[in-house]
Write a protein that binds this ligand. Structure first.
Ligand code: SF4
Length: 227
């Protein structure tokens, strides 16, 4: 592969071995509940630039059912009681959703959740998990930096980005740091070596994951299973 995907950078930050398994054809299963949550909040998130104005939940449901024909209205009932926030910081600004980005120079590609085209371009990523008590997690900072670096090729200099924890009504700003840019390049190169067949070592304190069984297989047997 000649480009490293930003989604693989995120996966690498969870565990480098997970990238190895996914590259070699294994899928990360998403639970139905998680998938519905992502679809619902993505639709809400797509309706505002940085801060939401009034959003009607019935409109959100209608669009989801049109764009995901395999879903039924009953599937969305769990979101019926959700209180959608309406921010006093709301401002009309141009923005794009699911922005496809790639760079020959950086040898990276990815689909950015949102870019706000204000005085300067501002990348935004959506998170449906709980935010930390302050700031954002390191993995999100690296991911945001990777998208910022890609977005710069098309939209011009990026100085900051945001992580939108939409289900919690919290949005956090993050400066794009030089040290994080260097980390993105370092991780990109490690991922290239995984793409070329390098099996990263098993994590010392492994949190277990969907690949746990595969991961416990002897290294010599692994190549028989994967190829
Ligand atoms: S079981 Fe542990 S080491 Fe193996 S892929 Fe999962 S997180 Fe990584």
């Amino acid at each position: 592969m000649s480009f490293v995907r930003v989604s693989d950078i995120s996966l690498y930050l969870r565990c480098p071995r997970m990238v190895y398994f996914v590259v070699n054809g294994y899928n990360l299963e998403e639970k139905k509940e998680e998938s519905l949550k992502r679809i619902f909040w993505k639709e809400v998130f797509s309706r505002y630039s940085l801060y939401p104005n009034k959003i009607e939940i019935s409109d959100v449901f209608k669009t989801i059912l049109q764009t995901h024909p395999y879903l039924k209205s009953e599937d969305l009932e769990i979101f019926r009681a959700v209180k959608l926030r309406c921010s006093e910081n709301y401002k009309e600004e141009n923005y794009e959703i699911d922005v496809e980005l790639f760079s020959e120079r950086l040898r990276m590609s990815g689909i950015l959740d949102k870019i706000v085209l204000s005085d300067e371009p501002i990348p935004v990523i959506l998170r449906t998990s709980k935010p930390p008590s302050q700031g954002i997690y390191r993995s999100d900072r690296i991911k945001l930096t990777a998208y910022a670096m890609l977005a710069e090729e098309r939209f011009g200099r990026v100085r900051k980005g945001y992580v939108d924890y939409a289900p919690y009504g919290i949005i956090r700003e993050q400066k794009i740091r030089f040290s994080d840019r260097r980390n993105v390049i370092r991780i990109r190169d490690k991922i290239f070596s995984i793409y070329s067949g390098k099996l990263p070592p098993k994590k010392e304190k492994c949190p277990k994951c969907e690949f746990s069984e595969l991961c416990d297989v002897e290294r010599s047997l692994l190549s028989d299973l994967l190829f």
